[in-house]
Write a protein that binds this ligand. Structure first.
Ligand code: ZN
Ligand code: ZN
Length: 295
């Protein structure tokens, strides 16, 4: 039997007006998936979830066609830190975020794997893997943790596919962790996916090193900075150094039909999520539209 696909396209939306409001925003933008923070991303503190807000969010999700919902973890978390105090604070914070995701029926939690500050990359990768094993030993929910590919800015790790693989290899339960690829980050990290050859080579390498099945989400962002700059600056789709070609290739790549694709583009006078969603939808070929049952 032929598998049914649908366009899985969304954006990172605000929960400032309530969790359920993020679903309404996604619906009015014409999204089919969505990413949120389940708490402030720049604070350790999280106000406990209230039963009423959870209920309203689950009801809104159920009534909508938004699925899956993806969450992004706080930027403060660094489970790769060699500083024991920061590391254990990060482990607790990550566990709490996973539990909030369980309560909100969120499928995936995207995490910036870590940064090494005073140590080295190899040690940091090993600490991250060990921290994840500790977190998952304490977590009984179903939300999958996704390690995000990074630009390699500062002492950030996981800017290569090999680094991501080295963490996955050390995990006790590999089925509970997947990967989120960010187009801006991989480009800034040095993978030139702005042309067909580079794009094909990148995904071939991905499949060889990580296995294509580990890919659970894609962040769609153009890049303000050149390939290899290792600087993480998101740009509107088609207005950056990647250009429309990369996004045309992704949007029409049948390997990614069932992978949620999420915008984290800027909000400024040159564009917003509505304009970037329109650009992306404009890149769909006739064949893709037929395969995804969309017009
Ligand atoms: Zn991120
Ligand atoms: Zn970024």
């Amino acid at each position: 039997m032929k598998k049914e696909h649908r366009l899985l396209l969304g954006a990172h939306l605000s929960i400032a007006d309530g969790f359920d409001d993020s679903i309404q925003q996604a619906m009015s933008l014409g999204c089919t998936t969505l990413q949120i923070f389940t708490k402030s991303n720049r604070q350790w503190h999280a106000k406990a979830l209230e039963a009423t807000e959870v209920k309203a969010f689950l009801a809104a999700q159920k009534q909508s066609s938004i699925a899956p919902v993806v969450a992004h973890a706080s930027y403060l978390i660094n489970i790769g830190s060699a500083d024991q105090a920061l590391r254990s604070k990060s482990i607790d914070a990550l566990l709490l975020e996973l539990e909030r995701c369980s309560a909100l029926s969120i499928a995936y939690l995207v995490l910036h794997p870590g940064s090494h500050t005073k140590t080295d990359e190899m040690l940091c990768l090993a600490i991250v893997a060990d921290s994840i094993n500790q977190v998952l030993a304490r977590y009984t929910g179903n939300t999958m943790l996704l390690l995000e590919s990074m630009a390699g800015q500062g002492s950030t790790i996981c800017y290569t596919l090999e680094q991501l693989a080295s963490i996955l290899k050390k995990l006790t339960n590999k089925k509970r962790v997947g990967i989120c690829i960010d187009t801006c980050h991989v480009f800034a990290a040095g993978y030139d996916i702005s042309n067909f050859e580079g794009y094909q080579a990148f995904w071939q390498a991905y499949d060889n090193i990580l296995g294509i099945g580990t890919l659970k989400a894609i962040h769609l962002n153009d890049s303000k900075k050149p390939c290899g700059s290792r600087v993480d600056r998101h740009e509107h789709i088609g207005q950056g150094m990647l250009g429309k070609e990369t996004f045309k290739l992704i949007m029409n790549d049948s390997r990614f039909f069932d992978v949620p694709k999420i915008l984290e583009t800027p909000l400024d006078d040159r564009g917003d999520f509505a304009s970037n969603l329109k650009t992306l939808k404009g890149l769909l070929s006739k064949e893709t539209k037929t395969a995804l049952n969309c017009s």
